[in-house]
Design a protein around this ligand. Structure first.
Ligand code: DAT
Ligand code: MG
Length: 150
């Protein structure tokens, strides 16, 4: 079972899309194990996007993520990292597949609604950055055996 960090960025929150996007992850079969509503400060933003420091879009990215609250979550499931990135769609909304969140609700790369971890190492680091260990809830759903094969 894999875990991944998901952020619903300020545009998703402001546009009232929290429920819609959570619904897509729930319907996919992924299991929610952590969630909180966060006003992102400069320090957290810079740590989260440290890998992009120095890129031309970095300053705009920090401004965007700190501009309004975000919904931070941890989701788990088999191949959760790939599954969530697929549900979110390609970074640029105009390149995202129809049916993905970024395609269905977005147009611009700087307003692409969500963040999702891109690999096992970054997922571990990002979950540790955004959540204390006791904020992650390990649980099983009654429907798990109809969604998870193992
Ligand atoms: P993703 O969010 O799909 O993992 P990323 O990690 O490459 O994409 O970039 C992080 C965010 O930075 C992305 O969601 C939007 C912004 N971004 C990336 N490339 C950009 C670009 N060329 N111009 C403007 N913003 C960009
Ligand atoms: Mg990324």
């Amino acid at each position: 079972m894999e875990r991944t960090l998901v952020l619903l960025k300020p545009d998703a929150v402001q546009r009232g899309l929290i429920g819609t996007i959570i619904n897509r992850l729930e319907l996919r079969g992924l299991r929610l194990v952590g969630a909180k509503f966060v006003a992102v400060d400069q320090t957290l933003a810079e740590r989260h996007y440290a890998i992009h420091k120095g890129k031309p879009f970095y300053e705009g990215l920090i401004q965007y993520i700190t501009s309004s609250p975000v919904m931070a979550m941890v989701w788990e499931g088999p191949q959760a990292i790939a599954a969530v990135r697929q549900t979110m769609g390609a970074t640029r909304p105009i390149e995202a597949s129809p049916g993905s969140v970024r395609h269905d609700f977005g147009l611009e790369v700087g307003r692409n609604l969500t963040h999702a971890s891109d690999g096992p190492e970054t997922a571990d680091e990002e979950i540790a950055l955004w959540f204390q260990p006791d904020e992650i809830v390990s649980w099983s759903r009654d429907t798990d055996r109809w969604i998870f094969e193992g």
